[in-house]
Structures are given as C-alpha cells and as structure tokens.
Design a protein around this ligand. Structure first.
Ligand SMILES: NC(=O)c1ccc[n+]([C@@H]2O[C@H](COP(=O)([O-])OP(=O)(O)OC[C@H]3O[C@@H](n4cnc5c(N)ncnc54)[C@H](O)[C@@H]3O)[C@@H](O)[C@H]2O)c1
Length: 287
C-alpha cells in the first residue's frame, strides 16, 4: 500500500504504527501535482483534502486545487493503471439543504462564492470529473458522500464540533455552542465509515452513495452528551453561528442499505465513549 500525503493537515504520527510494515510506503507528495507510481495499482482511493471549516479561510486555493486538479491526477493514475477509483466526496455537496434528510438524488443548495465554496464546489467538481472519466474512459469509479465523521486520530484543534467539545470538556474550558445550538448533525464513527468505504468500493454502482449515521442530534444536545461522557464540569456557552453553517444534516442511506447491505453499527454513546479515550490520550489529560 502506498499512502500519498503532503501532510498539510495529516501527520506522520497517524501512520507511525505502519512504518515498520514492509507492505506500506508513505510518499510525501502533493496530489494536485502530477504523480507517477511505479508498478501495478489495483485501487486508487482519493481521500486527500483539508476537510475542516477551520482550513477554509487559510488554504482555499489548495482546497480548490486538491478537489479539482488532485482528482484529475488521481483519475489519470487509475486510468493508466487500470485501477478502480474511489472518491471521498462529502455531504457538503448538498450545501444548506432544502430537502431533509438528503437522498443522493438531491442536487443541493450550495453558495459557490461563500467561505465554504472552495470546499463544496471543489468536491462537486471532483464528482463531475469522476463521472466524466467513468463515461468517457470507462474507469471503474465509485463515489461516497461522507457525512460528519469522527474518531481516533482527528486533530484535537481542527475546529470541528467533536474535537472542540472534547478539548473544551477535558481541559475544563467553557464548551462553545454556536448559535442557539438547535442546528443538527448526524455523526458517524470512523470505524463504521471504513466499512462503508469498503462496501462502496466492492459495490456495483458508480452513482454516489451517502455514507453516514441516521442518528441526528442538535449541537446543544451533543454538548450535554460530551459533558456527561467526559464527566466534565465545563459550563456551556453560546457563540455566533458561522456564515453558511448548514442548519440540518442527515443522510438518507436507503441506497447504501438496500444495494450494499451497509449500515452503521456503532451507537453515538459507544462512539463518543471511544472518542473520549482517544482525546484523553491525545490531550494527555486524566479524567
Ligand atoms: N471527516 C469528515 O467528517 C468528512 C466528511 C466529508 C468528507 N470527508 C472527506 O474525507 C477525506 C478525509 O477527511 P479527514 O476528515 O480524514 O481529513 P484529514 O485532514 O484527517 O485527512 C485528509 C488528508 O489529506 C491530506 N492532503 C490534503 N491535501 C493534500 C494534497 N494536496 N496532497 C496530498 N495529501 C493531501 C492531508 O494532509 C490529510 O492527511 C477528505 O477528502 C474529506 O473531504 C471527511
């Protein structure tokens, strides 16, 4: 296995357990640049992209490039090697959705020129590139639209709600809920996401699959659950809602269930308990 990563948001520590494995190579490269890989390649899994809203203002051009040029180069690699290709797309292709929950047939409500446009539109372009290579060159492509996912090896300061709440709760800082906290997300544990990715790759269909959890929670409820799971005495405070923050998010995963037989199996309570262990160790704090 060759992992290609320019480490812009990733880290060597995340693959430290793999470096002694002779079957694993980490290639520190930017996939927005052309890339040659020696030898046969069976699968190209294109997951490279900064993914947290905290990255959007500081690296919008890199984000547009990796979604567009990066996808183009990875599709070119798959074509040259006769490999199957999987695109890690996103629920952000639905923008601030006017349909709830979101089925794959919904075309979305995206602001192309807002602060999230660099990410949302790059992923929409990535999907268009993927379907173009499937139709024009017969590349064996798959698209998964990932909904909010969390778990081990997340950056503790990446600005997404789970790292924010755990960091604040475990270090005794106030827990910041944006707006009135009534906006919802459905959060999928990374272990379920991985089985979902493999199911999409094994599946028969190049059209997109939503992969995520159906268990929807308001951001205020989530703060209280994290507070309970961590046994924290942090107070919950309210801050301004970020621009273009989607009000609700829940995937319709009927396609994944009926065609791939995939469903998440890890409840939110169980997933958050596992996440708590990880954040405790990553932040070197003791409860
Ligand atoms: N975590 C989520 O909730 C979520 C939701 C929807 C979609 N996704 C998608 O899943 C993928 C992985 O997300 P993640 O949450 O694990 O984020 P992550 O930041 O942990 O992983 C992304 C990796 O891509 C690397 N990268 C970024 N730009 C690159 C480039 N130009 N060349 C090579 N490597 C590059 C980063 O260094 C990092 O290691 C992303 O494509 C993201 O858009 C994630």
């Amino acid at each position: 296995m060759v992992a290609v990563d320019n480490l812009v948001t990733g880290s060597r520590a995340n693959v430290a357990h793999l470096v002694d494995n002779a079957a694993f190579t980490l290639l520190e490269r930017d996939v927005s640049q052309p890339l040659q890989i020696d030898g046969p390649v069976d699968f190209v899994l294109h997951f490279a992209s900064p993914a947290s809203p905290i990255d959007f203002p500081s690296m919008p051009i890199q984000i547009v490039k990796v979604g567009t040029l990066g996808t183009y180069h990875m599709l070119g690699l798959a074509l040259a090697k006769g490999a199957a290709f999987l695109l890690a797309s996103t629920s952000e292709v639905y923008g601030d959705p006017l349909v709830h929950p979101q089925p794959e047939s919904y075309w979305g409500n995206v602001n192309p020129i807002g602060p999230r446009g660099c990410y949302d539109e790059a992923k929409r372009c990535a999907e268009a590139f993927t379907m173009a290579y499937n139709r024009a060159h017969g590349v064996d492509t798959r698209i998964m639209r990932i909904f909010n996912t969390y778990g081990s090896r997340m950056r503790t300061d990446d600005g997404r709600v789970i790292p924010n709440y755990f960091r604040q709760a475990l270090t005794g800082e106030p827990m910041t809920v944006y707006g009135d906290g009534s906006q919802t997300r459905s959060l999928c544990h990374v272990d379920d996401l991985v089985t979902g990715a493999l199911a999409v790759l094994d599946g028969p269909d190049p059209m997109p699959f939503n992969i995520g959890s159906q268990e929807e929670v308001t951001m205020l409820e989530l703060a209280t659950i994290v507070k309970r799971v961590t046994g924290s005495s942090s107070e919950i405070v309210f801050g301004p809602l970020p621009e273009d923050d989607p009000k609700q998010r829940r995937p319709d995963t009927t396609r994944a269930r009926e065609i791939l037989g995939w469903e998440p199996t890890i409840s939110m309570e169980e997933g958050l308990a596992r996440a708590c262990d990880y954040f405790e160790s990553a932040l070197s704090v003791k409860r």
